[in-house]
Ligand binder design. Structure first.
Ligand code: ADP
Ligand code: ZN
Length: 529
């Protein structure tokens, strides 16, 4: 039957049941599929695990011709194609990992109309011979997966994606469906304009992942804190632990193994064979913990990941959402846990200052970081903050740390003034700059060797901050940095005033802070580092 008539829907349902073995569509899948089957363009925003693949796979099977899927996930293409072939779908791929014979074979299948789906790496489409090949076959649709890669404002930009707008010029009658699991309103708009999808129908699913419990904890001794979390809440569970550097991935994996947890490292410094083996074991075996840099995880479909832990601060809310989204794809309760401390802010600001690219690029990175910091420092529901970032309104969730144990906000204006004036004194009276540790020692009136060496006990601000504990002062520094009321510079994280500091010092700006929770007694005892 002509798929453009009402029979299209039932064709789709029949394919869902016969080929994929599922009873019914989820969420908006049916509407999206009907729209594309009927020849319409679509922009689909759906969280990870929402079921995006079927939204193009089924139309490709229902419509005449080959569905061309553009995906940056080259490492996963073989697996995706194997999985489809196991279901009896005629799928193939073209990417740089193949030799000429393999490529020729797929090209021949494509031209003979023996494929339902052809996966392509985006760089293939820059090659004129690929476009010529596509021109000689019959195409049912273009699917552009991970469509946020076209957005320069986003965190995952791939220049090859920019060329995808040309598909529409060359094949104006072939429907296009762009899909992504990550999009703020700005990214969303950028995808639509760069891919020329303004006239496409937009399908925006809720980004809420109600089964994920979001928690952001102050970082004292992150490896110990992590071990505690795994032992008390996730014994024997599969999970992912994200670290910023390869070295900390290695150290953390070793530490977990030493403490009886089945853990494997994964980062770009390992050879391809080891990476593939670790990934395969993580997917296949039960209860493995993958300790990884963010090189790991895009496109990984493991439903029973029970926790995602971040030992370092993600660079953006999109990154955080995407990484935590790998937990609980089966819908069962899962934990997203992040340890976050002063050092994270110092380090990330430093990385931004030292990053390549122009001022606009650095401003963009800083804006991403600021949004992430705001999420960390909020006294409101984490989920409300997270969803608001993606332009979705919601009410307090009852399943995040701030809902479960509401933090207090307190007026930190005076504390902020004391801290900032210490920074000012050091600069004006001594022409010195110091890091947070020394400034806090001065405020607390500690006669450490370094305080005596620099004669800092003679400063008028010495000891003016004894009303707060050291951990609380660290919290003040961190939050002032997060709010842009203080800045750091140089390799040693020296504290300097920011433009906005003057407003605080001059009493023109109130500073609301989040109360630091009392240290958990265990973490205090374990303080080995
Ligand atoms: P996404 O690409 O959005 O992250 P996938 O397409 O990989 O999500 O789907 C996530 C999981 O949900 C897969 O295991 C998929 O087979 C399953 N799934 C998708 N749609 C349905 C459905 N209608 N019924 C049952 N399972 C589904
Ligand atoms: Zn909440």
């Amino acid at each position: 039957p002509d798929p453009r008539d009402a029979g299209g829907a039932s064709d789709a349902l029949r394919v869902l049941r016969r080929v994929f073995g599922y009873d019914s569509f989820r969420g908006e899948q049916q509407e999206i599929i009907d729209h594309v089957v009927a020849g319409g363009d679509a922009l689909v925003l759906m969280p990870t695990g929402g079921g995006k693949s079927l939204c193009y796979q089924i139309p490709a099977l229902v419509r005449k011709g080959v569905g061309v899927v553009v995906s940056p996930l080259i490492a996963l293409m073989q697996d995706q194609v194997d999985a489809l072939r196991a279901l009896g779908v005629r799928a193939g791929f073209l990417n740089s990992t193949q030799d000429l014979d393999e490529r020729r074979l797929v090209e021949a299948e494509f031209l003979a109309g023996e494929l339902d789906l052809l996966y392509l790496a985006p760089e293939r489409l820059r090659v004129e011979s690929t476009l010529a090949l596509l021109g000689r076959g019959s195409i049912s649709l273009f699917a552009i997966d991970e469509a946020h890669c076209v957005a320069q404002w986003g965190h995952d930009f791939r220049p090859d994606y920019l060329a995808l707008s040309e598909l529409h010029e060359r094949w104006p009658d072939v429907p296009r469906i762009a899909l992504t699991a990550t999009a703020t309103e700005a990214t969303h708009a950028e995808i639509a304009s760069r891919l020329k999808l303004q006239d496409a129908r937009h399908f925006v699913a809720s980004f809420d992942r109600p089964n994920i419990q979001y928690r952001i904890a102050p970082k004292n001794d992150p490896k110990r804190q992590l071990l505690e979390l795994l032992r008390t809440e996730h014994p024997g569970d599969a999970g992912i632990v994200y670290c910023l550097s390869r070295a900390s991935v290695e150290k953390t994996a070793e530490f977990l193994v030493k403490n009886g947890i089945d853990a494997l490292p994964y980062h770009a410094g390992l050879d391809a064979g080891t990476r593939a083996e670790h990934q395969a074991r993580f997917l296949r075996e039960d209860g493995l913990v993958m300790v990884a840099t963010i090189a790991f995880g895009m496109g990984i479909d493991k439903p029973d990941v029970r926790f995602v832990a971040h030992l370092d601060l993600p660079k953006s809310v999109e990154g955080y959402y995407q990484e935590t989204g790998r937990a609980g794809r089966d819908g069962l309760p899962s934990t997203a846990w992040l340890a976050y401390g002063l050092q994270d802010v110092v380090q990330q600001r430093k990385m931004i200052d030292g990053s390549e690219g122009d001022a606009a690029h650095r401003r963009r990175l800083a804006a991403h970081l600021d949004a992430m910091l705001a999420l960390c420092e909020t006294v409101e529901c984490r989920r409300v903050g997270l969803l608001a970032y993606f332009g979705q309104r919601s009410t307090p969730c009852g399943n995040c740390d701030t809902c479960l144990t509401p933090p207090e906000a307190w007026d930190g204006t005076v504390a902020a003034q004391k801290l900032l004036s210490t920074v000012v004194r050091l600069k004006r009276e001594r022409n010195q700059k110091f890091g947070a540790g020394q400034v806090i020692d001065i405020l607390l009136g500690k006669k450490t060797a370094k305080v005596i060496q620099f004669d800092h006990d003679a400063l008028s601000v010495f000891g003016i901050g004894s009303e707060l504990r050291e951990a609380e002062w660290r919290g003040v520094v961190r939050q002032l940095l997060a709010q842009g009321l203080l800045a750091v510079e140089g390799d040693y994280g020296t504290l300097v005033l920011s433009e906005a500091s003057a407003e605080v010092l001059g009493g023109r700006r109130q500073v609301m802070l989040r109360r630091e929770p009392e240290r958990a007694p265990r973490a205090a005892k374990a303080g080995s580092s």
